[in-house]
Ligand binder design. Structure first.
Ligand SMILES: NC(=O)C1=CN([C@@H]2O[C@H](COP(=O)(O)OP(=O)(O)OC[C@H]3O[C@@H](n4cnc5c(N)ncnc54)[C@H](O)[C@@H]3O)[C@@H](O)[C@H]2O)[C@@H](O)CC1
Ligand SMILES: [K+]
Length: 501
């Protein structure tokens, strides 16, 4: 699913009204109706809904929602900010709201801000949507501060008011609604999935409103939102006559004294994702632990307490880095490894930290290798960034220059390709921010490479399956107690849930 800019969204809205032969008012009814359905499902009529409506079509959505909630006997009050001009669809829906004697309060100055100190108030934020292109100032900004200060449950329609749809580098970050839930229409908005806006977005819910699919696909965008629809057809099927040799031999180069668990997690994940054979090349101190916890994995020993000998390549698909530490002798071997093969590697954790300091080696990394950094690790490569756009721009330049894939981990992990495309992962949850989760991802991605997926597909599919396995594990254990092994244990269920749809 593509992620579009504000102008592109307008264009798609327009084409949708033409192809479906409906008016923009009817499209608004459909869009806001779908939001109202979500609210009706998730909130009881014991709450009092304060709907804050701006002058444009976002405010129009708010009025439709207010009308639908009132018709279902919910307690609704609409607040309207004074303005010179209201959009046509706003005006028409305001008339409908008045026709059913909807309770309306207009706000002309600060003294008219309502008392929000009642426990059962839920705020619906329909002040501004995708139509803004400059920071909010004046009374509307004061109202946004006032709403944020009340710390109530806030449901934003389409996007938290004040946030631009994509690049917020020039936005003033002092007048943006802090939402609890954002009901975003049809497509995710880039701003909602960038970590810098996490205090505003709240939980994002994509509300389908039936926009024209062809019109969406025709828009040019380097941003893609990855759901299983994207790759379902590429998932390889197993033939009854398959042999373990058909699925490749993975080598996990990982572990040091005290961090053998990283090697165990990565190699087990490779097996679970379907690699034919897995060898873990680890220091001797981990031999017994690894053999007894995953007997299916072969062990090659390297060093006593940390990796310090020539790594055996032998045509394996290599994932390197989890738990290896940054001992000088380990550093030497990792740098040597980079120069000894032309096959794509998956490079993670301390292997990334080692390479970050050796810029002269970056051109030697085999092309189409996959780097899987956390933001902090990644800042060691490209320097600190002022905002997420700068981070993505620099990453695109890097990926193009060195012909590498970069997977920046986090909520909505993004894969940046050597062509400059960005794939944002939709699966996963906060419980996966736990020790060893990254080691599992390394094992998954290299295990997919070994089965013949390209680097791009292995990254995108790997991230999705990793997140989905985490989502299934969350159902069983809850976010707080989810551990990395639970992700591995649910890789099979993740595959099943995709294949069975
Ligand atoms: N276009 C369509 O057909 C649909 C639009 N929908 C809704 O329409 C929204 C977009 O509506 P609009 O394009 O009317 O825009 P908005 O409602 O987001 O805001 C535009 C209004 O705010 C004013 N404004 C813009 N920037 C401002 C600023 N910095 N300070 C103060 N006022 C400012 C504009 O003058 C205009 O009156 C979407 O987010 C969505 O909620 C939905 O109803 C679905 C259908
Ligand atoms: K809004």
């Amino acid at each position: 699913m593509k992620i579009l800019s504000g102008n592109q969204l307008k264009e798609v809205d327009k084409i949708t009204t033409e192809t479906q032969n409906i008016s923009s008012l009817e499209l608004m009814e459909k869009a806001a109706g779908a939001c109202a359905d979500w609210i009706l499902k998730n909130y009881s009529n014991k709450q009092a809904f304060y709907v804050f409506c701006g002058p444009g079509n976002n405010g129009g959505d708010g009025l439709v929602i207010a009308r639908i909630l009132k018709s279902r006997l919910y307690n609704v009050t609409v607040f309207i900010t004074s303005n010179i001009a209201y959009s046509d669809d706003f005006e028409q829906n305001f008339e409908l709201w008045q026709r059913i004697s909807g309770n309306t309060i207009s706000i002309n100055n600060e003294d008219e801000f309502p008392n929000l100190n009642f426990e059962n108030i839920v705020i619906i934020d329909a002040l501004f949507g995708s139509g803004i292109n400059r920071p909010i100032k004046g009374l509307a900004a004061d109202l946004i501060h006032y709403i944020n200060a009340a710390k109530k449950e806030v449901i934003s329609i389409d996007i938290p008011s004040g946030l631009y749809v994509d690049n917020n580098a020039t936005n003033l970050h002092n007048a943006i609604i802090k939402s609890s839930h954002t009901l975003t229409l049809e497509l995710p908005k880039l701003a909602l999935i960038l970590p810098e806006n996490k205090n505003y977005s709240g939980e994002m819910h994509i509300i389908s409103i039936g926009l024209d699919k062809n019109a969406i696909e025709k828009q040019e965008s380097n941003y893609e939102w990855i759901t299983e629809e994207y790759f379902k057809d590429f998932l390889k099927k197993r033939n009854r006559f398959s042999h373990k040799g058909d699925f490749g031999h993975v080598k996990i180069v990982a572990g040091s004294k005290g961090k053998i668990g990283a090697a165990i997690l990565a190699s087990k994940a490779s097996l679970r994702i379907g690699a034919g054979l897995v060898t873990a090349e680890i220091p001797d101190c981990g031999y017994v632990a690894l053999q007894s916890s995953v007997p299916e994995v072969m062990v090659a020993s390297n060093g006593k307490n940390f990796i310090k000998k020539r790594i055996d390549l032998n045509d394996h698909f290599i994932g390197v880095g989890p738990g290896i530490g940054t001992n000088d002798e380990t550093k030497t071997e990792i740098l040597r490894l980079i120069t000894r093969t032309n096959d794509p590697l998956v490079i993670d954790a301390d292997a990334l930290n080692i390479l970050a300091e050796k810029k002269e080696y970056w051109v030697k990394i085999p092309i189409y290798s996959i780097l899987t950094p956390h933001p902090k690790e990644w800042s060691r490569w490209i320097g600190n960034w002022n905002n997420d756009f700068e981070k993505l721009d620099r990453t695109i330049k890097f990926a193009k220059q060195y012909c590498l894939y970069v997977v920046i981990k986090g909520a909505y992990t993004v894969t940046v390709t050597p062509k400059g495309d960005l794939f944002f992962n939709s699966s996963g949850n906060a419980g996966m921010a736990t020790a060893g989760s990254g080691d599992v991802l390394t094992g998954i991605i290299i295990g997919l490479l070994s089965q013949g997926y390209t680097s791009g597909k292995a990254s995108v599919i790997g991230n999705y399956l990793h997140g989905l396995a985490g989502d299934i594990a969350k159902e069983k254990f809850g976010e707080r107690s989810l551990i990395a092994s639970d992700i591995i244990d649910n890789i099979g269920n993740a595959y099943e849930s995709i294949m069975n749809q």
